[in-house]
Write a protein that binds this ligand. Structure first.
Ligand code: PXG
Length: 290
């Protein structure tokens, strides 16, 4: 049984009783937006940033969230408090709501708000040993199709990339953009370290990750950082590569397409940033009211 609790449009449910309509356009068309948030030590990490991004995603697809940012944050906090969990994962989502069997969003009059509060485990002990990745053949959805900063309920492109990784026995998939520049991983941003400089691509072709921004902050004053486009060869020749995301946290990438990065071991810059990231998430955030 899944641990946690689920909020749906103002009511709380046990995970096994949490259900939405088959006519919801979130299910029918992936028409909606979501966030992935973690809480550690009874505090929600970067709550305001996640709520802001959720509202920004919604606004970019013309979806009106039926709560204010304050109401949304407070619903997240109350739901988490009711779960009794001290550490876990939150998945707030807003769907277009119930409509008819046509994709016209005007037919859906009432968006639905869901907040899943549960737990998540990704990569296991590979945070210490490092993960393997492949360069996916499927490319990141171009900004001309959908702004990459919309965290929409439609993740098929990412799932196809992840399936390629699965098929090739790798932990993660790295997306290139339409021009062949490295964009991001299937659910994480990407960084490369070369000659002590920390590089990450601009967010024109990838999500403005909250973990990415946190790592840039942590790097400040310790390492030179550069937001720059680079291609696969740069990644393969890098001293270190790591990916960042709320779910995946900070994970060293030690193998790409069968090529070892450095000696196939997590590097010192990655380990330093990872250590400081884990310290930060465990000591900051909005306290959960139990
Ligand atoms: N890029 C994409 C495409 C993402 O979906 C990130 C980067 C990292 O963003 P944050 O703000 O989390 O640092 C994401 C993260 C999960 C999960 O459960 C996470 C995401 C999407 C789907 C699943 O780990 N988003």
């Amino acid at each position: 049984m899944v641990a946690g609790i689920v909020y749906i449009d103002g009511e709380l449910y046990k995970p096994e009783d949490a259900k939405v309509s088959v006519f919801d356009h979130g299910l029918l068309y992936g028409d909606g937006v979501f966030e992935g948030i973690r809480f550690y030590n009874s505090r929600i990490f970067k709550l305001a940033e996640h709520v802001d991004r959720m509202f920004s995603s919604a606004s970019m697809i013309g979806l009106t969230i039926p709560l204010s940012k304050e109401e949304f944050s407070s619903a997240i906090l109350t739901t988490t408090g009711k779960s009794g969990l001290k550490d876990g994962y939150l998945r707030p989502l807003v769907t277009r709501g119930i409509g008819d069997l046509g994709l016209d969003p005007r037919k859906s009059k009432k968006p639905s708000v869901v907040i899943i509060c549960s737990t998540i485990s990704l990569y296991g002990n590979k945070h210490e040993t490092g993960i393997s990745a492949i360069i996916a053949t499927v490319r990141r959805t171009p900004p001309s199709s959908i702004n990459p900063n919309v965290k929409s309920l439609n993740y098929l492109n990412n799932i196809l990339a992840k399936s390629e990784a699965n098929a090739r026995g790798a932990d993660e998939a790295i997306f290139l953009d339409q021009e062949g520049f490295v964009a991001e991983a299937s659910a994480d941003n990407i960084f490369a370290v070369k000659g002590g400089v920390v590089y990450t691509p601009p967010t024109t072709t990838n999500l403005v990750g909250i973990t990415r921004a946190t790592i840039m902050d942590l790097a400040k004053g310790h390492y030179e950082t550069k937001v720059e486009r680079f291609k696969t060869d740069f990644l393969l020749k890098a001293d270190e590569v790591f990916i960042t995301g709320t779910g995946g946290e900070v994970a060293p990438v030690v193998d790409i397409d069968g090529h070892k990065i450095a000696q196939g071991l997590p590097g010192p810059v990655t380990k330093d940033l990872q250590k400081r990231y884990f310290e930060l998430v465990r000591s900051t955030g909005v306290p959960i009211p139990y």
